[in-house]
Design a protein around this ligand. Structure first.
Ligand code: BGC
Length: 763
């Protein structure tokens, strides 16, 4: 893998610190210092502007545009137009002039620069001292920014000035700029109402979603102000009288409310949103009380979701950065939100959510915030109709979930992925079962899950084929998680997962029928499921083809994989990575090189179905063939390496996982944070070193400890208990705030877990 750390930030347990400003790192820092609250995200750009590469990005979850370019295809099943999360109004817009000089860190003379993101409050602070050219005025400036987690429409920005060696005037423009370009190319926002006098701006995008933005200012010193309009930008121009050694501050309180309903007319939406704005304004919030409610929010996060690592300060900071960003990106605020591959921190991956949500992200929420986990599943329930529509488009029945989406509809215009990858659909069924196994929330199955499982089974039955020669079923022309193998047959991951999905359906059909016949009948009649269909599903289940050799214990990745020409991946020069930029796609496809785990992914998801000997055999075979071109890959290898006792390998694959973005291992943090690798870091520690397994009826823990750690701990929520697991070289201490009657398997044996501390020997 040979990734190299690009160290830039200071190591600290609860802070991300930038000491001194390196302009070449500007866009990376913008991603790292992003703030968010699931409802919206703001990159850490300099609000006063900078004449240097910068992505001024503010995004709202679920606010999107259709792509400009339609896909020029007459082929059935290929989507006609994709969609992407769209950059919105820059509501932190600021311009500062003093002593006839514009404040622009690319050009001015400044020193003592520090920027700090406090992971205990979500407060972002930036300070420096500016020396003007003409009269050598020295001004200490502090910018603060906070996004409320409790009142998600509210953001505060505070700018504090202190004149160190002079008294004079400073001019500050504070406003709203709706002219930001998406992908640096276009802006489709129409201003439907704007008032510089009242600081109000309504913008509507091409998909007819509307954002109402307003702001108010609080200024603690003598000043004069006037309303200005610069093109579409509205602002207040403040002239502050700076007195030597006296602090002056401007606090800007911004409220953003989005209407995502595309069917409301401009007139009605203005009426609706202005009512909501008035309601929010009447809340009388302040910078201080947002700071204190955020402190409470993050106190709770650190109390119930923290991971502590003794003896490894870099990973300690790294994992807290990950957990903090998971909370910023998604915490179950809305059942219509999802988790984009870059969260709300950039435009790469178009803001889309992938199968990553169900397979990588869900476990974090399951064990930290089960309500948020449920909401992620409800996103799939609310978009079931679109998945059904999509199934028809691809000549199938039931529900075909998208490989990449924001609004529930398929947005991937690459037929190789959108038509042949079935793992988003199997991932949803897997996640439903995973959620219910961990939470016992049977009502979810009754109200939503069973309906989804039936439609998923229908899709799987119609997309699969029966081979009469071999008397087996399976999938032809698919691409499994290893995206380097296109149009393969009997991909083990796909066949196995599909079989499991059918098994999950049979289990819950039986369970609900016995437990609540009325609810069972309701769902059967809603979905019009017939006995013949169930019979067909059972036949497919029985005859699903899984290529396995009991002698070698190997699962062949897909039919014909062993025949592929072998490539020694260690001989590929580093300069040729990422391969998709330097190798043509057909060259990538025609050998046995693997992009990311496929058979091994299966062995992670259904871990308890495989023996350690099987996992070891398959790890030994597939690991040397895997190039980890996806950042989702190393964590799964690390987890399985821990399980089979390859601790050095486990550590090697873990080595950059918590700091992938902080240390910019992939040289692309500037595009936004890798949200799914961020969650994979949590999965890596908890399932890897902690040995958590949640795919069976009983929860299991089998902790190991990396040699350079003296102690670590992680938290999980399980069956309404908050549990803290602390691991040292010799002991495991499980502290629970209630008895867990079901017990937990520790290594091999089911153990009682009592309220208070439970101590076990480490094996
Ligand atoms: C991976 C996919 C993943 C996507 C988004 C791709 O590089 O191959 O498995 O869903 O990134 O994270």
């Amino acid at each position: 893998m040979g990734k190299i750390a690009n160290k830039y930030f200071v190591t600290d347990p609860y802070k991300i610190i930038e000491n001194g400003f390196d302009i070449t790192q500007n866009q990376k820092s913008e991603s790292i210092f992003s703030l968010g609250n699931e409802y919206m995200g703001i990159r850490g750009f300099f609000e006063e502007g900078i004449n240097a590469p910068s992505l001024v990005g503010t995004y709202f979850n679920g606010v999107y545009e259709w792509n400009k370019e339609a896909v020029n295809s007459h082929y059935k099943g290929i989507i006609k137009r994709g969609h992407h999360m769209v950059n919105s109004c820059n509501f932190l817009y600021t311009r500062i002039v003093c002593d006839d000089e514009n404040l622009d860190l690319a050009h001015i003379d400044f020193n003592s620069f520090t920027r700090v993101l406090d992971l205990k409050t979500g407060l972002l602070t930036r300070e420096f001292v500016w020396t003007t050219l003409k009269n050598s005025f020295k001004i200490k400036i502090k910018f603060e920014r906070i996004v409320s987690n409790e009142n998600v429409y509210h953001t505060y920005q505070k700018i504090t000035f202190e004149a160190l060696n002079f008294s004079a005037k400073i001019s500050v423009l504070c406003g709203l700029d709706p002219t930001i370009l998406h992908w640096g190319k276009y802006n489709d926002w129409t201003v439907i109402k704007s008032s510089a006098l009242n600081n109000i701006l309504y913008t509507r995008n091409a998909t007819s979603q509307t954002i109402a933005t307003t702001f108010s200012l609080e200024i603690n010193n003598s000043y004069s102000a006037k309303s200005v309009k610069i093109g579409k930008i509205i602002a207040k121009e403040i002239t502050l009288d700076l007195e030597k050694n006296i602090e002056s501050s401007i606090t800007k309180h911004i409220i953003n409310i989005v209407s995502k309903d595309e069917s409301i007319s401009s007139k009605d939406v203005i009426r609706l949103l202005s009512k909501s704005l008035r309601k929010e304004q009447s809340k009388k919030l302040s910078f201080e009380n947002i700071l204190s409610s955020n402190t409470e929010f993050y106190d709770n996060l650190w109390k119930y979701s923290d991971i502590t690592i003794e003896g490894d300060p870099e990973n300690q900071q790294g994992i807290r950065f990950c957990i903090f960003n998971l909370a910023q990106c998604y915490h179950g605020y809305s059942e219509n939100d999802n988790i984009g591959a870059k969260g709300l921190t950039g435009e790469a991956y178009s803001g889309h959510a992938f199968w990553d949500t169900e397979t990588y992200c869900l476990p974090y929420y399951l064990f930290n915030d089960p309500k948020a986990a449920k909401n992620l599943l409800l996103f799939r329930y609310h978009t079931l109709d679109m998945a059904k529509k999509r199934a028809i488009e691809v000549d199938c029945k039931g529900a075909c979930y998208p490989i990449a989406t924001l609004n529930g509809y398929e947005s991937c215009d690459l037929w190789q992925h959108a038509l042949t990858q079935i793992q988003p659909t199997t991932g949803v069924a897997y996640a439903i079962d995973h959620y219910v196994k961990v939470t016992n929330d049977i009502s979810f199955i009754k109200e939503y899950g069973l309906e989804m499982l039936i439609e998923i089974a229908r899709f799987l039955a119609s997309r699969g084929d029966y081979n009469s020669k071999g008397n087996y079923y399976g999938y032809y022309g698919v691409m499994g998680p290893d995206e380097f193998q296109l149009m393969v047959n009997h991909d083990t991951y796909t066949n196995y997962m599909a079989k499991q999905c059918l098994g999950i359906l049979f289990f819950y059909l039986e369970y609900i029928k016995n437990e609540d016949l009325e609810s069972y009948n309701k769902t059967i009649s809603l979905t019009a499921l017939t006995e013949d269909e169930i019979k067909q599903f059972k036949d497919i289940y029985e005859k699903m083809y899984i290529i396995y050799d009991p002698k070698t214990l190997l699962y062949e990745q897909h039919m014909g994989y062993y025949d592929l020409p072998h490539i020694d991946i260690d001989k590929i020069p580093r300069s040729e990575f990422p391969l998709y930029s330097s190798w043509s796609y057909d060259r990538i496809y025609r050998n046995d090189m693997i992009k990311q785990p496929s058979v091994l992914m299966l062995m992670f998801l259904y871990n308890s179905n495989f023996s350690v000997a099987q996992i070891k055999a398959n790890y030994d075979f597939y690991e040397p063939r895997t190039i980890h071109e996806s950042s989702l890959s190393p964590s799964i290898h690390s987890i399985l390496a821990s399980q089979v006792g390859y601790m050095d390998e486990a550590l090697k694959f873990f080595s950059f996982s918590t700091r992938l973005d902080l240390d910019d291992y992939n040289n692309n943090t500037l595009e936004g944070l890798h949200m799914t690798s961020i969650v994979a870091a949590w999965v890596n520690i908890v399932y890897g070193f902690g040995g958590l397994r949640s795919d069976n009826v009983s929860l299991k823990l089998a902790p190991t400890i990396p040699s350079n750690w003296t102690k670590y701990s992680f938290n999980i929520q399980y069956l309404n208990a908050h549990i803290k697991i602390t691991v040292t070289a010799k002991k495991i201490v499980i502290e629970s705030d209630r008895d867990i009657e079901e017990g937990i398997v520790i290594y091999k044996y089911l153990r009682d877990i009592k309220k208070g501390g439970n101590v076990f020997e480490r094996e």
